[in-house]
Design a protein around this ligand. Structure first.
Ligand SMILES: [Fe+2]
Length: 274
């Protein structure tokens, strides 16, 4: 079923007219986000989504929660499940923490979903492409990865990590937790050329909290960040309200699929090839 949602019914186009190419308000939004992304490795657009669309997304994620895969793991910030015994105990590679999230994959979300309408919108994709500095972006064509709801319940968290892909990540805060569930980032924790292990270990051990910023906690905030060099986490969630985040994957070329092994880790045995 085709979505009943048009981008103007989802995005707060009064403030952010991303569907109007020549609108100066669009140009200034893009410009601000480009410069913040360059300077800080992240940018956030508050109040990007209309309240009714946000409410529909939250209700949808809530209704799909029973089908979610409970993804629990222990990992270091390099997404490895084991440390390195040749390195000291206090090395960044030997700092393992628990992560637990509730994953609702693309194939579990109805085609009529406002989340999918948002993801597949030319106006949204085009604006993000300009912000991240690409001529063109393409939807990911994996059955599971393109647009997900990632949910956190009481006690859940995503431990400090760098994203593996040296590109960018797009998230949308759909519903905040009662307490905690902050998206925290230590923006310039390493570079392409320098792992900066000592500094990373200090952030992990809580002695460089001065470098940490909390980003886009309010529902409706869109966040674009370069998670490869910016250490980030979702702090532990407390309380009854489920923290719900939309996560979107765009590609620089058409026809990109996810990795089968990664999919089985993130979405569970149901996606295994028989
Ligand atoms: Fe991440």
């Amino acid at each position: 079923m085709q979505s009943k949602y048009d981008v103007t019914g989802i995005v707060n186009v009064d403030d952010y007219p991303i569907h109007e190419k020549d609108n100066p308000a669009r140009a200034s939004l893009i410009e601000r986000c480009q410069s913040e992304l360059k300077e800080n490795l992240y940018c956030a657009i508050p109040n990007f989504i209309r309240a009714d669309a946000l409410k529909a997304m939250a209700a949808e994620a809530q209704s799909l929660r029973p089908e979610a895969y409970d993804n629990n793991s222990r990992r270091n910030c390099y997404l490895q499940r084991q440390g390195d015994s040749s390195l000291p105990d206090n090395h960044a590679r030997n700092h393992l923490e628990s992560t637990s999230t509730r994953m609702i994959a693309y194939d579990q979300i109805p085609d009529s979903s406002p989340l999918k309408a948002f993801y597949h919108s030319d106006a949204v994709r085009g604006a993000i492409a300009e912000i991240v500095g690409c001529d063109e972006l393409f939807d990911n064509e994996d059955p599971y990865q393109p647009a997900n709801y990632v949910c956190y319940e009481d006690g859940d968290q995503s431990s400090w990590h760098f994203d593996a892909d040296n590109s960018f990540t797009v998230t949308l805060m759909v519903q905040a937790a009662d307490v905690g569930g902050n998206f925290e980032m230590s923006p310039k924790s390493r570079t392409d050329d320098d792992q900066n292990y000592d500094h990373v270990a200090q952030v992990l051990h809580g002695v460089r909290n001065d470098t940490i910023v909390s980003v886009g906690r309010e529902p409706g905030a869109l966040c674009i960040f370069r998670g490869c060099n910016a250490l980030h986490r979702v702090s532990p969630v407390k309380g009854d309200a489920m923290r719900i985040m939309g996560v979107f994957v765009y590609e620089r070329e058409p026809g990109v699929l996810g990795d089968q092994e990664v999919n089985e880790t993130i979405y569970g045995d149901r996606v295994a090839i028989a």
